[in-house]
Design a protein around this ligand. Structure first.
Ligand SMILES: [Zn+2]
Length: 63
């Protein structure tokens, strides 16, 4: 069963929802965010980073 991930464009900041079975994660190497290798922002073509699983409250919204 696949799950939905909430991702954020590193360039323009929009949220994009992707299924876990359609993304390939990039090797971790910079920053703390898991980056996506094969899907890019539909708006600007920027790189996407995983914010969290859809439905969960991402840490940055809890304040
Ligand atoms: Zn973008």
């Amino acid at each position: 069963m696949s799950q939905e991930l909430e991702c954020m464009c590193m360039a323009c900041g929009i949220s994009v929802y992707l299924r876990t079975d359609e993304v390939v994660f990039d090797d971790p190497g910079f920053g703390t965010m898991q980056m996506i290798r094969n899907v890019f922002c539909p708006e600007c073509g920027g790189q996407l980073g995983v914010v969290g699983k859809a439905g969960e409250q991402p840490a940055y919204r809890i304040q």
